[in-house]
Design a protein around this ligand. Structure first.
Ligand code: SF4
Length: 62
């Protein structure tokens, strides 16, 4: 799975980092995907659902 953050939509709430710190990190108040290869180790759907502005998308890794 490949996680992507729309940083224009991110409000910096930190939920993604809290749920999945190995993938997401807040830098200067916005979420960054710091390790997309770790995405398979967490519950991607829970992270996507937790993001109120729907700033996170997860794509299949082909
Ligand atoms: S959960 Fe969404 S709004 Fe909150 S920091 Fe992560 S990407 Fe940004």
């Amino acid at each position: 799975m490949i996680p992507v953050v729309d940083q224009r939509a991110c409000i910096g709430c930190g939920k993604c980092e809290m749920l999945c710190p190995q993938v997401f990190r807040l830098i200067n108040g916005v979420s960054n995907v710091v390790n997309p290869d770790a995405c398979d180790e967490c519950d991607c759907e829970a992270v996507v659902e937790s993001c109120l502005p729907r700033a996170i998308a997860v794509y299949d890794d082909f």
